[in-house]
Design a protein around this ligand. Structure first.
Ligand code: ATP
Ligand code: MG
Ligand code: MG
Length: 547
């Protein structure tokens, strides 16, 4: 195997380990439980867990629940399930809200050091006093409050003496810093809100800048990896750790991973769900991990995708085609081959004299260990309607009057007669077969170029096929004019009822993966019942979108 060069984060970790700065590393994945995880999160998960695995450390799962929100256990549960499904295990499960007492204490420590103050200004006043990137900001009179007064006011804020927005706690850093975020950032705000874990205990909640780095430090996270928009926050991150004299976690940033033909912001995904453009967070067209799972993606293919797009500093949009390519790569190796006729046309083998016979067909030519399955062959079969053409061009290698094709794992047949109704619709093909042309023991000497999939009329059964396609018609729906929902692909789901499946598919269970010969990769949908099988198309066999 080709030795891959290290990405910039691996280089940082190797340098830190080599210099003895750390003996082992600790990373974390910090989702906010306000939605389901998507393919962008999968990159971050693979990165954080992957680094720790590679260098013998561990990763914490930390729910970043510093915003008092309504109980969202649905999101917490789905996040846990998705990370496990991707194949990763966290060392500890933490909640930022577990640290509220400790964070409060840290805030008191800053006040005591004269490094934080209670400000009574409105948010408009604070914004106006902040200045602009080219103009320094200025401090107001509240910055002159004594340590004692600040301690008392902060305690009163905590105890619920003030209304929302009446006061904030700010760090006293530098109102002239070229970095606007360093201009006395807000650390705490008053919010009389119910929190899903701490209930009504708190009337004040820490801001991101005062929660994230401190939580990292409490957990002794060595490498805190986040996306590029947090670059300007790093200065505050470092300042707080230095002034509090706590464990020196370090923040590193990488570029967000975006995917074409979809949206990734949780707000937009939620809108798709709420406005019923999709059936739910796990609709197979969603870029969520649960959607991809239901679509038939494997964890291996998603990890492979994350590996291929790699880690970088520049934001880019990755072609959806690459994700589909990764799915095909893995599914080709593991998917069981089966035959399903989507739009059936009856074929009668007029010279077939037996009742029926058993044939054997390989489950997966890519995997000799996958073995074979039994299929039956008899006088009445179905082939795909589109595999027959009455007036076929020269190079047509499928079935046509007088032409010969092989039926997969069975015999060569010839079309002798086309039966039609009064309106000229084709009802049935009468064919003859060559008894000495059986696959594996063919002595007929007949050469055919086409091989068709088929099912036996006697034992096939009807199934529903959901043919999914990309959810948006444009590469970047959020970047287009108007609302992104205007670019939804109206043909992103095509339902085919009454496809006919070979009997081996009766054993399918949810998340089994199949290649339906000549059709694509499919998986059984969880809404299937023994009386009504539904198969979701994961991807076609080839990229039909290539430009
Ligand atoms: P959104 O903007 O959709 O709400 P978020 O970044 O706020 O997403 P979080 O739950 O806070 O979502 O994300 C958890 C982690 O996943 C963060 O470390 C974040 O940087 C990372 N992450 C989120 N989206 C992406 C993405 N598209 N590419 C890479 N990492 C991402
Ligand atoms: Mg968010
Ligand atoms: Mg976030």
């Amino acid at each position: 195997e080709e030795k891959k060069s290290l990405n910039f984060l691996e280089e940082i970790v190797e340098t830190d380990l080599a210099s003895g700065k750390y003996k082992s590393i600790v990373t974390r994945f910090p989702p906010e439980p306000n939605g389901y995880l998507h393919i962008g999160h999968a990159s971050s998960i693979c990165l954080n867990f992957g680094l720790a695995q590679k260098y013998g450390g561990y990763t914490n799962l930390r729910f970043d629940d510093t915003n008092p929100v309504t109980e969202e256990t649905e999101y917490v549960d789905s996040i846990r399930e998705d990370i496990k499904w991707l194949g990763f295990e966290w060392a500890n499960e933490f909640y930022a809200s577990d640290y509220f007492d400790q964070l409060y204490e840290y805030a008191v420590r800053l006040i005591q050091k004269g490094l934080a103050y209670v400000d009574d200004s409105t948010s408009e006043e604070i914004a106006a006093q902040k200045g602009t990137p080219t103009q320094p900001g200025r401090r107001n009179q509240y910055a002159e409050r004594s340590v004692e007064e600040n301690l008392r006011l902060f305690e009163e804020m905590r105890d619920g003496k003030y209304q929302d927005g009446e006061k904030v706690l700010r760090a006293k850093i530098d109102m002239t810093s070229p970095n606007m975020i360093m201009r006395d950032p807000i650390l705490y705000r008053i919010k009389h809100a119910h929190h899903h874990r701490t209930g009504s205990k708190w009337n004040i909640y820490p801001m991101y800048d005062f929660a994230h780095g401190q939580s990292d430090s409490i957990e002794h996270v060595t490498h805190s990896i986040c996306t590029m928009e947090f670059v300007p926050h790093r200065e505050v991150y470092d300042w707080l750790i230095e002034k509090l004299e706590i464990f020196p976690s370090r923040q590193y940033e990488f570029a967000r991973r975006n995917l074409s033909h979809t949206v990734m912001s949780k707000r937009k995904l939620l809108q798709l769900v709420n406005e019923k453009y999709v059936s739910g967070w796990d609709d197979p067209r969603m870029p969520t991990i649960s959607g991809l799972r239901r679509r038939g993606y494997t964890p291996e293919s998603i990890r492979d995708f994350a590996e291929r797009i790699g880690v970088g500093k520049r934001e880019n949009v990755v072609e959806l085609g690459l994700l589909e390519f990764c799915a095909r790569e893995h599914l080709n190796k593991i998917a069981l081959r089966r035959m399903v006729v989507f739009n059936p046309l009856k074929v009668v083998i007029t010279n077939y004299e037996g009742v029926e016979e058993i044939l054997h067909s390989e489950n997966n030519p890519e995997d000799p260990g996958a073995g074979t399955r039994e299929m039956t062959f008899s006088r009445e079969l179905y082939i795909e309607r589109e595999d027959f053409m009455e007036e076929a061009p020269k190079k047509y290698f499928r079935l046509a009057p007088g032409k010969q094709v092989r039926l997969k794992s069975a015999y060569i047949i010839r079309c002798d007669e086309v039966i039609k109704d009064d309106e000229g619709n084709i009802l049935q093909l009468n064919c003859s077969y060559f008894p000495n042309s059986k696959s594996g023991e063919d002595s007929s000497g007949i050469h055919v170029k086409g091989t068709l999939h088929w099912v036996n009329a006697k034992d096939c059964f009807p199934v529903q096929i959901n043919e999914y396609d990309r959810l948006f018609t444009v590469e970047d729906p959020s970047g287009e004019e108007g609302d992104f929902t205007g670019y939804i692909n109206k043909e992103s789901l095509k339902i085919i009822e009454g496809a006919l499946a070979e009997p081996a598919l009766k054993n399918a269970v949810v998340h089994d993966r199949f290649q339906f010969l000549r059709k694509g990769y499919f998986t059984l949908d969880p809404d299937s019942t023994p009386a009504h099988f539904i198969f979701n198309r994961t991807v076609t066999l080839k990229d039909s979108w290539a430009k």
